[in-house]
Design a protein around this ligand. Structure first.
Ligand SMILES: Cc1cc2nc3c(=O)[nH]c(=O)nc-3n(C[C@H](O)[C@H](O)[C@H](O)COP(=O)(O)O)c2cc1C
Length: 493
């Protein structure tokens, strides 16, 4: 029977973790965290460092970084600032509870798959209601700043790219409550506009946007929470919780334990208690402002928004010596993705039984890789077409289940070998596109190509018989060959 949740917590071992702090302590104890004492961000040193780190180690292999002090606008500001905390696949595996002795140094793809298998094992998630704790017990309430005491610019939120329009908070989880969806939690960037004013930038198709608009008043009470634990952050940053589901209850379901929440100072909104900082404020619903530009996830400078929300900050509460997280959007991986990937495979295969794998390679934004167990002709393109609702998949590649969709090179090799552009492709001229796609002329619209790179059957004009792989023939001829080589020649490999 499927195990129902992740809970196995050990504070310094493997997760899931109660807080970002516990997680950071565990991954630092395990290694692969670089500490930098001081860095000058006025000269974009940290941005340059992250590009070089990623050039060297790749998206799934780059270590995390903690910066103790950073120069912003001529001032040295205390951190710690945490960067790329979810990049390394081994860290993701720790976060979702893969036992430490199964996590191997340098085996990034394997660690990612271990995390995915763990997520598949736990099956469908049953939401767990949050539990409220007393303010006095909430770490995020150790320091309370009211209106005149607040200057958001005092904290180490900085400009990541010279093309960005100033300093941004870029890992804030916005919490709103509306009559239709209840509590909504979503990660959106927030441009700092003044000592007590920040932009709030959900795209117009996001639940966060709808939640704000549905609050039906002139002003919405809203809260930005910073430094949530890895699972809450993943739920806030993805569509794993469906519209109308409470991300905190789904996070509790994943963890096997209720998320502890605390009441806000200025409203009845309940937010995660074990976090680094809580920013409470009011968002006018009939007044919008321009925002951006900002270096986006495709790795290109985005277009500015003509109008988006802003928040007037009323109260900030935080831990003593809070930690800050900076996301280098388009440079590093932003959150643990295996819970969402597992939920997609489980959810879609209920009405697409041939589906075996679903993977959005986030270091190749724009692609969607699907693997299937093909049982009849034309199934590849038919299945690809069912994903037209997903704006992120501009290039959809379908392969047979023997292809490893977590190995992009293998997918591309398979396309080269098994795909005939005619009739194995379909172009859709105009469909929903991703808002941030730098190639789109109209924001949110796109064309799309579906590529069926499965072995084509004779009914699809494929070769008959289909040629075998050389490696397959070798194993058929000598089934023990790889064990034998390992035993005799493993020391040379
Ligand atoms: C670091 C980070 C920053 C993000 N910034 C934005 C943003 O500015 N605007 C946006 O619409 N989505 C942004 N996203 C994606 C959303 O968080 C994601 O689509 C989420 O599902 C939105 O929540 P919602 O569905 O409840 O609206 C960001 C994600 C991450 C990880």
């Amino acid at each position: 029977m499927a195990k129902k949740a992740l809970k196995q917590n050990s504070k310094y071992g493997t997760g899931p973790y109660d807080s970002l702090r516990d997680y950071m302590e565990a991954i630092e104890t395990h290694g692969n965290v670089i500490r930098i004492k001081e860095i000058d961000q006025d000269s974009y040193e940290l941005t340059g460092f992250m590009y070089k780190l990623l050039d060297k180690h790749g998206w799934l292999g780059a270590p995390s970084v903690i910066v103790e002090k950073i120069k912003i606008s001529g001032e040295w500001v205390d951190g710690p600032i945490i960067v790329n905390q979810y990049g390394m696949a081994g860290h993701e595996a720790m976060a979702i509870g893969v036992p430490l002795d199964e996590i191997e140094e340098g085996e990034h793809i394997l660690n990612y798959k271990r995390a995915l298998n763990k997520m598949m094992e736990i099956g469908d998630i049953t939401p767990i209601k949050t539990t409220e704790i007393d303010k006095a017990d909430a770490p995020s309430k150790e320091v309370i700043l009211n209106e005149d005491e607040i200057n958001i610019l005092d904290f180490p939120f900085f400009q990541t790219n010279p093309g960005d329009n100033g300093r941004f908070i870029n890992t804030g989880n916005l919490i709103t409550v509306d009559p239709e969806q209840g509590r909504n939690v979503g990660t959106y960037r927030m441009q700092i506009k003044g000592p007590r004013k920040i932009g709030i930038s959900p795209e117009k198709n996001q639940d966060g946007w709808k939640s704000l608009m549905n609050s039906g008043k002139d002003v919405a009470q809203a809260v930005v929470v910073l430094g949530t634990d890895p699972i809450v952050f993943a739920m806030s940053s993805s569509k794993t919780a469906r519209t109308g589901q409470d991300e905190l209850e789904i996070a509790g379901g994943f963890k096997g334990e209720a998320i502890e929440v605390v009441k806000c100072e200025n409203s009845d909104i309940r937010v995660p208690a074990n976090v680094e900082m809580i920013i409470e404020g009011e968002i006018p619903l009939n007044d919008f402002e321009p925002e951006g530009p900002f270096g986006e996830m495709y790795g290109y400078m985005g277009k500015p928004h003509e109008e988006t929300f802003y928040m007037n900050i009323k109260t900030i509460t935080h831990r003593v010596n809070p930690m800050f997280v900076n996301q280098f959007t388009g440079v590093t991986r932003g959150y643990v993705t295996t819970p969402g990937e597992a939920a997609s495979i489980r959810g879609f295969s209920k009405f697409m039984p041939e589906l075996r794998g679903f993977h959005i390679p986030i270091d190749h934004v724009g692609y969607l890789f699907l693997s299937i167990k093909k049982t009849k002709p034309h199934q590849g393109l038919e299945l690809a077409e069912k994903f037209n609702f997903l704006p992120l998949g501009k290039i959809v590649i379908v392969v047979d289940e023997d292809v490893d969709i977590h190995d992009t090179k293998e997918v591309f090799r398979t396309v080269g070998a098994r795909w005939q552009p005619h009739p194995g492709a379909k172009i859709i001229e105009d469909t929903a596109g991703f808002f941030l796609d730098p190639s789109a002329v109209i924001r949110g619209r796109s064309s799309r190509i579906l590529i069926d790179a499965t072995r084509q059957l004779p009914e699809e004009n494929g070769p008959s018989p289909y040629p075998k792989l050389n490696r397959e023939l070798l194993v058929e001829h000598a089934p023990e060959i790889f064990d034998l080589v390992e035993e005799k020649w493993g020391h040379l490999l």
